[in-house]
Design a protein around this ligand. Structure first.
Ligand SMILES: Nc1ncnc2c1ncn2[C@@H]1O[C@H](COP(=O)(O)OP(=O)(O)OP(=O)(O)O)[C@@H](O)[C@H]1O
Ligand SMILES: [Mg+2]
Length: 499
């Protein structure tokens, strides 16, 4: 029940209120009771003083019958439980209740006299609590005539003032305090609960419901803040957040559609290219054969022999383009085996060194030893490495530095073997960089623009990635990453073991 913060705040508030108001009420009740008791005592003392005075006057005149009459008169008052005079030994001499005369005073009243106390509160014989008051009647020369000279105290005036009315009033006051305290607490608790529920609970419930709707994918929900307070600002923040999410989702959807369209286009271009290439390849082979036959008919000195050579070169270029197109259309299924990227790179560099454009190119090799093996099609990866190296040579245009580096990296909960191929050629402008993986994009007069798209496709077919970093005027770096399978280890002699 008290799981929500608001209900806990309400409960705490009510408890604190009850404690505060309760303590205050108790304090006031106590004060009220003290006042009441003091007022009752004061009126009792006043009454006793009046009785005392009347009795003394009558006694001084030696009129003991009048003393009895006075006692009986005042004894009618409902505030008195009893009024009497008893002897120092405790025997009742006069009393408002004539039947008491000759009997002994109650032990509580007599004890008060003996202890020289003036007042005490007791339970009376008939039930209600009484305030018992004692006034010793001290003898002076006016009393000697009737009471003789021997005794200092000739009697004790004793009055039992009923406290039942006072206690009834105290009870009523207490009840009134309790009822009013409870009423105030209930009123305040209801007020606090209403405010908390109206100002906090309802708007928070509204926000929670809207969040669920957002979670279910409805990004059109918006909240309407009623006040410009913290909750209102929270709602505005929520609206802004959902608004941004909606915009981002639309952008993502657009991008997704664009990508789908592009993938569709690429797939049809690939199909078309492969079909075209197939159609071109056979006649091209026929033309090449025919040219060879024609070339054989001319001796070496014939100036036309050179022209045949040039035709064969151009046919060779066409053949490469057609092969690339075919490969782009249908790259073929990879044949997987464990491979050491360091070895593949070394073989590629050996091959690249034979390239005529590599004569003035320096080489830096930074190959991490004991590189974990990768599960790839070695021919395809070698083709990627070679294409990237040839692009680098072409970019450096005869002189420069080709750096290769291998290492392992950790990301996406996997270990990857990374190969970096860097050149210090002219680099690429951001606009060029954006397009180099688009089929047929080339900046070269004799390029097909298919190598890099093929390379990326091959890397992806082998479970890897191909990225590029480039800065205009500083060179480019192609980064290949291939995942390391978990069940392999490097043996002590450096060979690769499969677990
Ligand atoms: N190392 C590099 N430095 C600068 N630009 C590069 C580099 N590698 C590639 N490029 C740019 O990327 C373009 C596309 O390269 P890609 O290899 O796909 O095609 P290409 O080299 O133009 O032609 P081909 O299909 O004959 O290789 C290149 O034309 C070139 O502008
Ligand atoms: Mg190229």
């Amino acid at each position: 029940m008290f799981k929500s913060v608001i209900s806990r705040v309400i409960l705490l508030n009510i408890m604190l209120l009850a404690l505060g108001i309760g303590t205050l009420s108790l304090f006031h009740l106590h004060r009220e009771q003290s006042h009441h008791i003091a007022a009752t005592q004061k009126s009792a003392r006043l009454l006793l003083a009046t009785i005392e005075k009347s009795i003394f006057n009558s006694m001084r005149l030696g009129n003991s019958a009048e003393v009895q009459a006075i006692l009986e008169l005042v004894g009618h008052s409902h505030a008195l439980e009893g009024v009497r005079i008893f002897s120092p030994s405790g025997q009742i001499l006069k009393s408002a209740d004539a039947t008491e005369i000759g009997q002994w005073a109650s032990p509580q009243d007599f004890n008060l006299f003996q202890q020289n106390a003036k007042e005490g509160v007791f339970q009376s014989k008939s039930g209600p609590r009484v305030l018992s008051m004692i006034r010793p009647i001290v003898s002076d020369e006016r009393c000697f005539k009737c009471h003789g000279q021997g005794r200092k105290v000739i009697g004790v005036l004793n009055m039992n003032f009923s406290l039942s009315e006072m206690y009834t009033q105290l009870r009523e006051i207490s009840q009134m305090f309790v009822v009013s305290t409870l009423a105030i607490i209930a009123l305040l608790a209801a007020g606090i609960s209403y405010i908390m529920i109206r100002l906090l609970q309802r708007p928070l419930d509204q926000i929670t419901r809207s969040m669920w709707q957002v979670e279910e994918g409805n990004l059109t929900v918006r909240l309407a803040p009623k006040n410009n307070d913290e909750v209102g600002r929270l709602m505005l923040g929520f609206n802004a957040m959902v608004g941004n999410l909606e915009v981002a989702q639309k952008e993502l959807q657009n991008l997704h559609y664009q990508q789908m369209e592009r993938a569709d286009r690429l797939a049809s271009i690939g199909e078309m290219a492969a079909g075209l290439a197939h159609e071109i390849k056979n006649p091209l082979a026929g033309i090449s054969g025919a040219i060879s036959v024609l070339a054989d008919d001319h001796n070496e000195e014939d100036p036309r022999k050179d022209i045949f050579g040039q035709i064969q070169d151009q046919i060779g270029r066409l053949d490469k383009t057609v092969n690339d197109l075919l490969y782009f259309g249908r790259p073929g299924e990879p044949e997987f085996s464990y491979a050491d990227i360091n070895n593949l790179l070394k073989q590629t560099l050996l091959f690249v060194a034979q390239h005529p454009e590599a004569r003035n190119i320096g080489r830096v090799e930074e190959l991490t030893s004991q590189l974990p093996p990768v599960w790839v099609d070695q021919k395809q990866i070698q083709q990627v490495l070679l294409n990237i190296c040839i692009n680098a040579l072409q970019a450096m245009d005869g002189s420069g530095m080709l750096s290769v580096k291998t290492l392992t990296v950790h990301h996406d909960d996997k270990i990857w073997v990374r190969a970096e191929i860097r050149d210090n050629g002219p680099g690429m402008a951001p606009a060029v960089l954006e397009q180099i993986f688009t089929p047929f994009y080339t900046t070269k007069t004799q390029g097909t623009g298919l190598c890099l798209p093929i390379c990326r496709q091959l890397m992806e077919n082998n479970g890897g990635t191909l990225q590029v970093e480039s800065q205009l005027g500083r060179g480019s770096c192609f980064i290949l990453e291939l995942p390391v399978l978990e069940n392999v280890e490097i043996l002590d002699d450096g060979r690769i073991g499969v677990l």
